[in-house]
Design a protein around this ligand. Structure first.
Ligand SMILES: C[S@@+](CC[C@H](N)C(=O)[O-])C[C@H]1O[C@@H](n2cnc3c(N)ncnc32)[C@H](O)[C@@H]1O
Length: 334
């Protein structure tokens, strides 16, 4: 399992870059960039070295944790997956590349693509601190144009990218990402209804082209969730002191909500159910909302089913659980 915390050499490299710089300036820049994102703007607000560093300090830990959690879910379903080549589209400061390298020691060939010069420069500085990335190819350019020239890879990742694109651009990029995926495509978005909607649209588009869902869904059918419900997960991550200072935050941790889908070219043999919310552990029973191949169920695991109850007590939001573990009294949920 890949830890949600940034690798030590990445944390050290980020903090070293902050050395001698004003933390209050970094905090102001990060607040301005966050405000731009909240009001629907994109990464074009990140214009220079100081902006890129402020963005990375504030957001890289959380997007890293979301990608790591999604990759862990993928590995849970496909423990045999040992990709050699990665393409990280909309790589920004290199977040998903670090998470994928940490998850898959098999990765040896790294390609990153992004339009933003300042984020690319920062990413290359950070990659330089690790021998693992000594041959990384980081192409600066518009995602579709740059990807069109890339060799296919067995792992393709787009993390927190699609929200910055218009519909036509996103649909075109989705087809192209799939065309360049020889194994698995992972797409991660913020865990908002809008992020989920983008994931669900991409999922349908690619299932129509023959893709299979490895995670989080236990089926390739339509998502059974009905608005205002939406599929998303949460990952807790530690905040370093610099991270706290840049965000003006008191707590030494935060929870990142994210939505994701991992699509593969190989049909999935094992289709465990997915825990869709933090289960309620009561004295009489554990109640858990599960997505199963047959739809969403509210599973109630009574204490009298001792072994099942003991297992269900350990379920966490986002876990994959075998249907054989889902005991006794499953009520269809609305
Ligand atoms: C929110 S950042 C996410 C960065 C990184 N993937 C992460 O998870 O931390 C979105 C990135 O997508 C890039 N981007 C947005 N639209 C793009 C496009 N059309 N072509 C290339 N890069 C794009 C931005 O420059 C930015 O680096």
């Amino acid at each position: 399992m890949t830890s949600p915390a940034l690798p030590a050499e990445l944390t050290a490299a980020l903090e070293a870059k902050l050395h001698g710089l004003s933390r209050s300036d970094a905090a102001e820049r990060s607040a301005r960039i966050s405000e731009t994102y909240r009001s629907g703007g994109g990464s074009a607000a990140i214009r220079g070295e100081a902006d890129a560093l402020a963005y990375a300090l504030a957001r890289m830990p959380a997007t890293y944790a979301a990608v790591a959690a999604s990759l862990n879910a993928l590995c849970d379903i496909r423990p045999d997956f040992t990709p050699k080549a990665l393409i990280d589209i909309g790589a920004g400061p290199g977040t998903a590349t670090w998470a994928a390298a940490e998850t898959f020691p098999s990765l040896a060939d790294f390609t990153a693509i992004d339009a933003n010069t300042a984020l690319r420069t920062l990413a290359l500085d950070l990659f330089n601190k690790s021998a693992r990335f000594s041959h990384i190819h980081y192409q600066q350019g518009e995602a579709r144009a740059a990807l069109a020239n890339a060799q296919p890879a067995d792992l393709v990742v787009a993390s927190y990218l699609l929200g910055e694109m218009g519909d036509t651009e996103r649909v075109g990029l989705t087809d192209l990402m799939w065309a360049k995926t020889s194994g698995t495509l992972l797409v991660v978005e913020p865990g908002t209804p809008a992020g989920y909607a983008r994931i669900i649209a991409l999922r349908a588009q690619l299932i129509a082209l023959g893709a299979h869902v490895a995670a989080p869904c236990p089926h390739d059918g339509e998502c059974p969730l009905v608005a205002p419900d939406w599929c998303h997960f949460t990952q807790r991550l530690p905040r370093s002191r610099a991270h706290q200072q840049v965000k003006g935050a008191e707590l030494p941790f935060e929870d990142e909500k994210f939505a994701y889908v991992a699509l593969t070219r190989t049909a999935i043999a094992r289709r465990p159910a997915r825990v869709l919310a933090q289960p309620d552990v009561g004295k009489v029973e554990v109640t858990a909302k599960l997505c199963t191949p047959g739809g969403v169920v509210l599973a109630k695991i009574p204490r009298r089913a001792k072994a099942d109850y003991a297992r269900a007590r350990r379920w966490r939001w986002g876990d994959a659980v075998m249907e054989s573990e889902v005991a006794s009294t499953n009520d269809p949920s609305s």
